[in-house]
Design a protein around this ligand. Sequence first.
Ligand code: AZC
Length: 829
Amino acid sequence: MENQDEVSTGEKCRNIRTGSSPDDIAQAFLDNLYYAQGRIPVLATRNDLYMALAYTVRDRLAARWVAQMQQFRRAELKKSIKVVCYLSAEFLPGPHLGNNLLNLGIYDETRQAMEQLGYNLEELIDQETEPGLGNGGLGRLASCFMDSLSTIVVPAFGYGIRYEFGIFDQEIRDGWQVEITDKWLKLGNPWEMPLPELCQEVKLGGHTEHYQDGQGRSRVRWIPAGVVEGIPYDTPILGYGGNICNTLRLWKAEAVESFDFQDFNVGNYYAAVEEKVKSETITKVLYPNDEPEIGKMLRLIQEYFFVSCSLQDMIRIGKMLGNSPECFDQRYVAQLNDTHPSIAVAELMRLLVDEHDVAWEKAWEITQNTFGYTNHTLLPEALEKWPVELFGQILPRHLEIVYEINRRFLDQVRLAFPGDEEQAARLSLIDESGCRYVRMAHLACVGCHAVNGVAKLHSELLKSEVLRDFHEMFPEKFHNVTNGVTPRRWMALSNPRLAALISGVIGDGWITQLDELRKLEPFADDPAFQEKWRRVKRENKNDLATLILNRTGVAVDPDSLFDIQVKRLHEYKRQHLNVLHIITLYARLKRYPASDCVPRTFVFGGKAAPGYAMAKLIIKLINSVAGVVNTDPDIRGRLNVAFLPDFNVKTGQQVYPAADLSEQISLAGEEASGTGNMKFSMNGALTIGTLDGANVEIREEVGAENFFLFGLKVDEVEELKARGYDPRKYYDSNPALREAIDLIRSGHFSGGNAQLFAPLVDLLMQRDNYMLFADYQPYIDCQDRVSAAFRDQQNWTRMSILNVARMGKFSSDRAVREYCDMIWKVQPV
Ligand code: AZC
């Protein structure tokens, strides 16, 4: 009897931690509410309820997570697996709760459980503050890759920084962007687990000492000026279907001694905690991109800090499993997500040579085998370089190592290109023109066995422009891996209506084999299916209309064409070209009030770097135009403009499913890939775009007839620049363009203030670096074709279905498989 009781108690406990029926989940939820949050339902806030549910879901991840750790050990002992380490200064995972419910396969059960208890699951999901630990595309890509690594069963660690404050929250006041500190940790983070025992020490500053060791070999000792500690915080990343659960390991900086008793004893209380404050500053805040990096000592320290913690952690794990540092490259591959972690090349050399007594040549072989480097931008101003002096102050030993790598490398260069000192100067890791800099992209190209761009066009441009000399030197290192996005978050989770419609006709295999969407093609002309497709889009638009109303006060018509541009604000992305189109439509309607136009709702979203004045002025322009257009009685019911504040992963999930038209209108040759373009298309939006980044491949896949193409091509841009581009000519010869510009310039959208937008207008008239004027008329013409096409709803729906059906290539599962085959040489287990 007693035994029986024990069994059933055990059962009960097990169900509380693992059961997946609605009853089990409801029971577990109440248990967590009581024991983890210290509340009962009548006392609970919405956050208490969210936390209790998050713990309930986390419990259900635990078994898989632990199993994964054990698996590592077993396979490692057999020395059969290589672990992928994705080193990235940014991750944008988005809210975890909904995604984990989806991947665990307990979404419906949990909804029922919450209903039983009188709660609304969507409201609890909405309570989560997302970890905004990235700026945009690059950080989000890292998170899509983590999802895919787990889903296709590749053991992996994501290594990064646990910023206390992530990307700022954006508010719009009087049309201007206002930045608010992102306090994502304020209400607690139920998804992370701190592991203080696994902390790592990181040295900073000081000097080096060269000496002879017992065997007469010359060695180097780094005597740092200070040491900080990195504490890992682990977040489980479960794959779809729960196959494996990888780890996102983010480092937080702390003082080694958080309290100096000597200081305290002499009564200097503040000095006693100063060390702690200084150390913790390192992981306080994410740097917004698009700001000049030079001189940002703290940024270099951040980069070094997380890289050093991560590499030491990898060596520690290897040691624990009985692997010597000499076989590091057989156990690991590490991908550098842009140059931000590229100091890893010098740090691994230092760890191997100075701390683990590996010979330089062997260490160099290990280092090159280990690392791959992904480039994400062609913008020259975004390529990181550090003044040699600053670099040496913080990382004196690394500067010596960089010099030694460079010395050996330039010997190689001179052998390959005898007598060509200019080539050597261009390739050198040190920029010697003027003030001396360490070029981080060069360090990455030399120290990695593979270099890749993120779309076909981008990879070609890397080879022919930005990294031309390196391509000449090491052609075999260069690859392309076109980006992808996870269909779990970006379709199944964010667009459940569409997911259900699709799965209803072709099954749900597409969620992990996105190519299966092809099976939708036969339905593209089926009127009944088309009708359902339109209904889904209409309901999604309704939801977005509600969100827009709540967030901006602008009432929009869900039957209008939803024309959406959401992405970081940047001149090269040309949100202001979109604005010129809006003004052109506005001017047409004012002139011919009775003309028949397709009603449109223009939606914008995106953050501008706090120091990027022009991007912030473009936000103000969008809102100013919105203010006029939305309130003009002649325009009512035809055009609406809304700027959705604080665009992030969570908002994105509500935006992409509701779009009819996706704006991908960067000047050709500027956008490395884009991933928003993929998210829109997967959700049935048609694209208006230039031949830039991954647009090229999207168009190839969906068919030219299902894509609205306009604008200069890369070679035409170059040719025009070479000939001498003069924006004035376009202004003088195009009345519609002139009218749009003059309306802005006259103060029409700024209450008569003609000065407000003068910096923007002047820049366009004088330089127009991103050639808006050259692309203006082709863009307007193309938009007119869009409007005409939208009138034919049957054909539009057909195109929309075909877009989705042909998006298989843009799954991040495909991208990650290509990294596995081409770059990492690992097999899914
Ligand atoms: C972006 C690129 O601009 C974008 O085209 C690409 O799709 C994305 O990376 C992923 O590869 N770059 C960044 O987001 N860069 C930074 C520093 O945030």
